[in-house]
Design a protein around this ligand. Structure first.
Ligand SMILES: Cc1cc2nc3c(=O)[nH]c(=O)nc-3n(C[C@H](O)[C@H](O)[C@H](O)COP(=O)(O)O)c2cc1C
Length: 184
C-alpha cells in the first residue's frame, strides 16, 4: 500500500478533549497502516486571520505576516492528506482552525511558489447537541472546500451528544476514527 504523508489539523483549545481523542484514534489507525502522520494543534498556535492584503508570497513565504502559519505552511506543502479534527463551535469551525484554513488562500494565488499536493481530506467533528442537523453547516463548508481544492473526500465522522471531556470514550467514535485512519 502506498505510504501517505498525513497532516492532522486540530481545532480545539481543550487539551485531551473530545476532538483531540478522535484525532489521536485516527492517528493510531493511520500509523498502524504505516502512514507518516503529523499533528498540528492550531489552538496552541497564534495564527491571525487573512488580512486580504494581496501580498501573498511577496516575502518568499505564503503569508507576509509573521505568525505561526509559518510553521504550518511547510507541513501543508508536504502533505498528501489533510484531516480536520475539531469541535463544533457555533455550527462551524472554531476561530483558531478557521484562521489556519483562511491562510490556505495564498496557495490559490497566481504568485504561488510552492503548490499544495494534497489529494485527499477528511473531517472529524464532535458537538454537544443531539441533533445531526447541527453539523450541516460545518459539513457543507468542509465539502465545498474539498471540492474546490480537488481533494477527494475520504470520510466525514460527525459525533453528536459529546459535551464533557472524554464523553466520546463511551461511544463508537474513537473506534470509527481509528478505522478511518486505517482505511487510507
Ligand atoms: C465556544 C463554543 C461553541 C460551541 N458551539 C457548539 C455548537 O454550535 N453546537 C454544538 O453542538 N456544540 C457546541 N459546543 C460544544 C462543543 O462542540 C463540545 O463540547 C465538544 O465536545 C468539545 O470538543 P473538545 O473537547 O474537542 O473541545 C460549543 C462549545 C464552545 C466552547
Amino acid at each position: 500500500m502506498e505510504k501517505k504523508n498525513i497532516l492532522v489539523l486540530t481545532g480545539s483549545p481543550r487539551r485531551n478533549g473530545n476532538s483531540e481523542r478522535m484525532a489521536d484514534a485516527f492517528i493510531k489507525g493511520a500509523q498502524a497502516a504505516e502512514h507518516e502522520v503529523t499533528k498540528f494543534e492550531s489552538a496552541r498556535k497564534e495564527i491571525g486571520g487573512c488580512k486580504a492584503c494581496g501580498t501573498c508570497w511577496s516575502k518568499g513565504r505564503p503569508c507576509s505576516f509573521p505568525d505561526d502559519f509559518a510553521e504550518l505552511a511547510p507541513l501543508l506543502e508536504a502533505a498528501d492528506v489533510l484531516v480536520f479534527a475539531t469541535p463544533l463551535y457555533w455550527y462551524s469551525f472554531p476561530a483558531q482552525i478557521k484562521a489556519a484554513i483562511d491562510k490556505i488562500y495564498p496557495y490559490l494565488a497566481d504568485s504561488c511558489q510552492r503548490p499544495l499536493k494534497i489529494k485527499e481530506s477528511l473531517l472529524l467533528v464532535c458537538g454537544a447537541d443531539g441533533d445531526m442537523k447541527m453539523f450541516d453547516g460545518i459539513i457543507a463548508t468542509y465539502r465545498e472546500i474539498a471540492g474546490f481544492m480537488n481533494w477527494a473526500d475520504k470520510g466525514v465522522l460527525a459525533v453528536p451528544n459529546i459535551i464533557e471531556k472524554g464523553d466520546n470514550e463511551a461511544t463508537d467514535a474513537l473506534g470509527r476514527a481509528e478505522e478511518l485512519g486505517k482505511s487510507l
